[in-house]
Design a protein around this ligand. Structure first.
Ligand code: ADP
Ligand code: ASP
Ligand code: MG
Length: 401
């Protein structure tokens, strides 16, 4: 008896008809002899709608209450899917994050799974029930409901698969992982497989087809992931450990993110202590800073720029006010129309010249960039959002993506 964890995303359970279809697919798989644990997201745009309601009341809604609110979305879909499965004559049970034993730590709305008390899920699986688990939610050490950050149902699914020692199948509205988000570049190619290492980078840099943390967990526990279409039987993409059978492309994919803002602080008195103060305040507020660049000191002053998530704008504004009060004379500039464009490829480890090639593409297409950062297998640039389409097309064509 093989256990399979399947996850169906928001669009795939967006209407009652779609839920009935998912039930049919799950039932067919169960009939073929597998034991199934299904993780579902909230229906369609439910999470956005719930957040919007809270934001109509408060610019900065209390995070514990936001978690309480947002977790209701998944509770609706698990119950409806279970009703649909029972209607088809299958024995099943829906479980919230708490009932599925999903333990978390960290701050509300971005909690991390620490462990899963798997006994309850396993007991129902042993009784041959289909177990339907609410994605995106858990419970912290104080018993509060928490959520795992946007897209977090992927993480629920992979963490359950890790604990059950099973494979994880992610069913969504796209038939696999593409070199570029097909919404941005319609001729992008579908990948048959991609390494965990590359997928972590792609996801964290904007390919939100998979949530980053889910891939980190998959890599750590060696959980094979298969990403495919939720509506049809059609070959998808395998995400797995890199091995010799895989081609180590210099550029496997391109990711784009409009989720960040860029903050520049000018005229900062040069000194590690001042820079440390700025980043300490950001860290204390749980703001995840990404690309950091700094000018060389001139007359004892430096300018420093960094990117941070747009969704933390309210918190960032608060920190900037604190910093202004502390470092008198600094000037702060916040740019919201920035896009981060990154290229990712395991072959970059051994091949040089990619950065030079990218600079040339930007120069040939009159695209100015503001920042560049690199890691072993990726290069990221911040550009103006107005140049996004032009840059994606130019880079994708040059690297044959
Ligand atoms: P779900 O609701 O099933 O979790 P998501 O909306 O989170 O689905 O993810 C699927 C979407 O991810 C696709 O519709 C696609 O536009 C987008 N996407 C972004 N980057 C990629 C990529 N490299 N390959 C495939 N899809 C991508
Ligand atoms: N419903 C949550 C969201 O919209 C979790 C998920 O879809 O994975 O972010
Ligand atoms: Mg998703």
């Amino acid at each position: 008896m093989a256990i399979v964890v399947q996850k169906y995303g928001g669009t795939s359970v967006g209407t009652i008809d779609k839920i009935k279809n998912v039930a049919k697919r799950v039932a067919k798989r169960k009939k073929s002899g597998d034991e199934i644990v299904v993780v579902v997201s909230a229906m369609g745009k439910t999470t956005d709608i719930l957040m919007g309601m809270a934001e109509e009341i408060s610019q900065n809604p209390d995070r514990r209450e936001l978690d309480m609110l947002m977790s209701t979305g998944e509770q609706v879909s698990i119950s409806l899917l279970s009703i649909a499965l029972k209607e088809l004559g299958y024995d099943c049970i829906s479980l919230t994050g708490l009932q599925a034993g999903i333990q978390t730590e960290g701050s509300h709305t971005k909690a991390r799974i620490t462990d899963i008390e798997i006994e309850n899920v396993r007991k129902h699986v042993t009784e041959e029930k289909i177990v339907v688990v609410a994605g995106f939610q858990g419970v912290d050490e104080k018993g509060n409901i928490t959520t795992l950050g946007r897209g977090g149902s992927d993480t629920t699914a992979v963490a359950l698969a890790a604990k059950l020692n099973s494979v994880c199948e992610i069913y969504t509205d796209v038939d696999g992982i593409y070199t570029v988000d097909p919404r941005l570049f319609s001729t992008a190619k579908k990948l048959d497989y991609i390494s965990y290492e590359e997928m972590v980078e792609m996801a964290s840099l904007g390919a939100d087809v998979m949530e980053t943390r889910s891939i980190e967990i998959a890599q750590r526990f060696n959980v094979p992931i298969y990403v495919a279409l939720s509506t049809e039987e059609w070959p998808g993409t395998y995400i797995k450990e890199f091995d010799d059978s895989m081609e180590s492309k210099v550029i496997t994919g391109l990711s784009v993110s409009d989720d960040d803002i860029m903050i520049t602080i000018n005229h900062v008195p040069y000194g590690a202590r001042n820079i440390s103060k700025i980043f300490q305040s950001l860290a204390l507020n749980d703001i995840n800073v990404d690309m950091i660049s700094q000018t060389a000191p001139f007359n004892g002053y430096i300018n420093i720029s960094f990117t941070a998530p747009q969704r933390d704008k309210f918190l960032i504004d608060g920190v900037l006010e604190e910093i202004k009060a502390d470092l008198v004379g600094i000037e702060v500039d916040v740019e919201e129309d920035i896009t981060k464009l990154s290229v990712v490829g395991i072959g970059m480890k051994s091949q040089s010249g990619v950065a030079a090639n990218m600079f040339k593409i930007f120069a040939d297409n009159d695209i100015e960039f503001k920042q560049v950062t690199t890691s072993e297998i990726r290069i990221s640039y911040t550009i103006n959002t107005n140049d996004k389409e032009k840059a994606v097309v130019a880079v994708a064509r040059e690297f044959n993506l």
